[in-house]
Design a protein around this ligand. Structure first.
Ligand SMILES: OC[C@H]1O[C@](O)(CO)[C@@H](O)[C@@H]1O
Length: 364
């Protein structure tokens, strides 16, 4: 698959290493990190379009919905608390990612993943057992805090654990699992909405506990990465770990390079000021603007609110949940196509193609 072949593009070296059980478990845990992020993005829209959920927590929205049967649903979902339930996830994630980067660097990736897992578990349980709106919002905020920690630590953990030749593939796998998480959430909402007693929303919201438990247990049993150990001065332990993770004895070259890189990064006195130097400007611009515009396309309006959006244009409950499944399916497919094409056609082509397609769709 992707970019990296068997080489570190920076040094041109090919370090030996296999897909050991350690690495495989790492992939599973990392996949759960992406899955739960996607799941939390995709689950709330479907839940807020379920009548029993609205009747219980947002009776005024439900009243507007139930009384006015015209196809024009516009403004019926106009409730700040309802919107807060959905968007508190991202707001909390934004705040916690600021703390999470320091925790990940100073105390290791494992601890950060463990925090993420525990926050996910408590958020999912509180949401699934919710009896009042405050529980919904507190649960969502905890999930958001979990995302902040997991999204910092999991991709980093993954790239540090992966053997060089699998690094790119595994990293892209994180984004793929985000999209799979969104799709799974949409599919579960579709089926849980059919549960007769009207408590299907509890399963939808509480379902996040499954990947959350896997991350929590995974972060307890998995080792810290050699990079992180070296960063914290544990050189001998790091070398022994590296041998076990790579499944080969000959790790000298990779180990030495890791130490050199760690020493070099410690010598950097003003990392933030350096970043502003002229020579780094193109990198900095790309690093900020690409994710900024990727999010500014409004993709998460669709991912968060797809079922509600479809409802407001007149779709019935079932059809709007199914439409969200289709949207989620297309998202997964497009991600698979780009994983396939990222080396074949190049990044530039994908950017141009994606941008043009989005422009055309937004205008029409
Ligand atoms: O696939 C779309 C999803 O991917 C992300 O952009 C994360 O990289 C999410 O914000 C979005 O919901």
């Amino acid at each position: 698959m992707p970019a990296v072949g068997g080489f570190d593009k920076g040094t041109g070296k090919a370090y030996p290493g296999n897909l050991t059980p350690y690495v495989t478990v790492t992939c599973v845990v990392a996949a759960m990190g992406g899955l739960i992020f996607g799941y939390d993005i995709g689950i709330s829209g479907g839940v807020t379009s379920m009548a029993p959920f609205l009747r219980k927590f947002f009776p005024s929205v439900y009243q507007k919905e139930a009384l006015d049967k015209s196809t024009n649903q516009y403004c019926k979902f106009d409730s700040e608390t309802l919107t807060l339930f959905t968007s508190s996830l991202y707001l909390a994630a934004l705040l916690s990612s600021l703390v999470a980067s320091t925790v990940t660097r100073k105390f290791g990736r494992k601890l950060s993943m463990l925090f993420g897992g525990l926050l996910f578990c408590s958020g999912a349980i509180i949401n699934g057992a919710a009896k009042a709106v405050w529980m919904l919002i507190v649960g969502r905020i905890l999930l958001g805090f979990g995302i902040g920690f997991a999204n910092q630590s999991v991709p980093l953990y993954l790239s540090e654990m992966a053997p060089y030749k699998y690094r790119g593939a595994l990293n892209i796998g994180f984004q793929l699992s985000i999209t799979i998480g969104i799709l799974v959430a949409n599919i579960l909402n579709y089926f849980f909405a059919k549960i007769k007693g009207g408590w299907g929303w509890r399963l939808s919201l509480g379902g996040a506990v499954v990947p959350a438990l896997i991350i929590t247990v995974g972060s307890l049993v998995l080792p810290d990465t050699p990079n992180s150990m070296i960063e914290r001065g544990q050189h001998e332990e790091a070398k022994t770990k590296l041998r076990r993770i790579r499944g080969v004895d000959d790790v000298e070259e990779e180990f030495n390079d890791l130490v050199v890189a760690s020493e070099a990064s410690k010598l950097v006195e003003h990392p933030w000021r350096n970043l502003l130097q002229r020579k780094y400007r193109p990198h900095l611009t790309m690093a900020i603007l690409i994710p900024f515009f990727q999010q500014l396309t409004g993709i998460n309006v669709i991912m968060f609110y797809a079922p509600v959006l479809f409802k407001t244009i007149g779709f019935a409950d079932d059809a709007s949940l199914m439409s969200a499944v289709i949207t989620g399916g297309v998202n997964v497919l497009a991600t698979i196509v780009s994983i396939y094409g990222v080396d074949k056609w190049g990044r530039r082509f994908l950017f141009l193609e994606g941008g043009t397609q989005m422009l055309i769709c937004q205008v029409t």
